[in-house]
Write a protein that binds this ligand. Structure first.
Ligand SMILES: NC(=O)c1ccc[n+]([C@@H]2O[C@H](COP(=O)([O-])OP(=O)(O)OC[C@H]3O[C@@H](n4cnc5c(N)ncnc54)[C@H](OP(=O)(O)O)[C@@H]3O)[C@@H](O)[C@H]2O)c1
Length: 294
């Protein structure tokens, strides 16, 4: 892998206390000068900043002068976004606007890498990059953020979904619920093809090192899986009891405020062609997660 471009670059990571941002910070800081940026939680040698405050963004980015900004900070709670669309707008759109404004006014050579989501799809089957169909506030505001980022020449947008053992996500929720004898609803009607976090961070390192631009889907290979099948496979890999598993459709439950896309599966052929290798499928990623405890 080329390292001459990347290790001289100063990388600023927004959302560095988040699930993905922290993993990216941990990975990129082994090869680059890396500055973590967060909001309410602190990081060692990092900065706290409200990205929705234009002046604060200006001041801090002037000080840091990043070559690359990996923008992961977002309001990711889908139901909260639906209930408070102005808050979703503020972080997913306005904050992104503030960053891109700083780039266009102060540092045209700075590249922005925007982490987006499979949630912007709601189709049947694998969606290619042009098939966007946002059906809730979270998806709309993430796509709006993408539009702002793509106005700048030097950009990379990666639409993804991820899982891992070391983050507070679906896998830990299943493990903890099973251990504590809690009922788990398994949605048979929602399809996705998430990627293991370690693979996602590896591929992002490669995309940065190769200075790739554009918009790409990045999920597991294969045809994807329902959320119910995913949970069952995690349970089987970790030898968890499934006695409190309740199969249902997402429309059968009343606790979700936002409409959910039924099919978020991403067609990843563009990125596979670019990388020239096959991204792992979900089955092997779940086994690897279990074996390596990652
Ligand atoms: N989670 C998923 O399953 C998933 C799936 C697909 C795509 N994505 C995308 O991946 C990215 C990362 O998601 P994630 O789940 O890792 O995020 P997360 O864990 O919810 O973390 C959000 C981050 O945003 C920061 N933040 C919140 N408000 C801020 C503000 N006003 N100014 C500056 N920073 C602020 C938080 O900082 P503090 O902690 O310091 O408050 C935190 O570091 C997002 O862009 C999301 O759309 C996520």
């Amino acid at each position: 892998m080329a390292d001459s471009i990347s290790n001289q670059n100063k990388i600023l990571i927004t959302g560095a206390t988040g699930k993905l941002g922290f993993a990216l910070f941990t990975r990129f800081s082994t090869i680059n000068e890396c500055i973590p940026l967060s909001y309410t939680n602190s990081t060692e040698n990092g900065f706290n900043l409200d990205l929705t405050e234009e002046l604060a963004v200006d001041r801090l980015f002037d000080q840091v002068q990043p070559d690359i900004i990996i923008h992961t900070a977002a309001l990711t709670d889908v139901d909260f976004c639906e209930e408070y669309p102005e808050k979703a707008y503020s972080l997913n759109v306005l904050a992104t606007k503030n960053i891109v404004k700083w780039i266009s006014e102060k540092s045209e050579t700075t590249k922005i890498i925007y982490i987006s989501t499979d949630h912007i799809y709601s189709n049947e089957g694998l969606s290619a990059e042009n098939d966007v169909n946002p059906i809730n506030v979270y998806a709309l505001t993430k796509l709006w953020g993408e539009d702002i980022v793509s106005g700048h020449d030097k950009h990379l947008i990666v639409r993804t979904n991820f899982f891992g053992l070391k983050i507070n996500g679906i896998v830990n929720w299943v493990i903890e619920s099973a251990k504590n004898n809690k009922e788990i609803f398994l949605f048979d009607d929602i399809y996705f093809n998430p990627l293991h976090l370690a693979t996602l961070t590896d591929v992002l390192v490669e995309l940065v090192e190769k200075d790739i631009s554009g918009t790409y889907n990045l999920g597991s290979s294969g045809l994807g899986i329902t959320k119910a099948e995913f949970i069952e496979r995690v349970a089987s890999a970790f030898n968890l009891s499934n006695k409190l598993f309740k199969h249902c459709n997402s429309t059968d439950v009343s606790f979700m405020k936002a409409r959910r896309p039924k099919d978020m599966r991403m067609n990843i052929s563009a990125i596979q062609k670019l990388l020239d290798y096959e991204i792992p499928d979900i089955e092997s990623s779940i086994l690897k997660m279990h074996l390596k405890r990652t």
